[in-house]
Design a protein around this ligand. Structure first.
Ligand SMILES: [Zn+2]
Length: 88
């Protein structure tokens, strides 16, 4: 489940993400990864199609991933791999 900060700075910018573990809204993201179906590197998802994984971290030291996965014409979104991490 994606967690949002309840007060947005600017409605035109969209919803402000918050950390799914501590609700901190100082959230950063890294370069997204595009994963082709059939990838055998261990980062693929369970569906048949391609996936996009966006790694994020909060300034309190938690990491997580937002994953979009395609499967038979449908696209699934999930927050996964929530953990304590290294800032940066
Ligand atoms: Zn956090």
């Amino acid at each position: 489940m994606i967690t949002y900060h309840t007060e947005n700075y600017n409605d035109n910018w969209g919803d402000m993400l918050a950390c799914p573990k501590c609700k901190d809204h100082y959230v950063h993201f890294r370069r997204p990864r595009y994963i082709k179906s059939g990838d055998v590197s261990g980062v693929a998802w369970e569906g048949r199609g391609d996936a996009i994984k966006l790694e994020l971290y909060c300034e309190q030291g938690h990491d997580w991933t937002i994953r979009l996965g395609h499967h038979k014409g449908q696209t699934y979104l999930k927050v996964e791999d929530i953990k304590d991490g290294i800032i940066g």
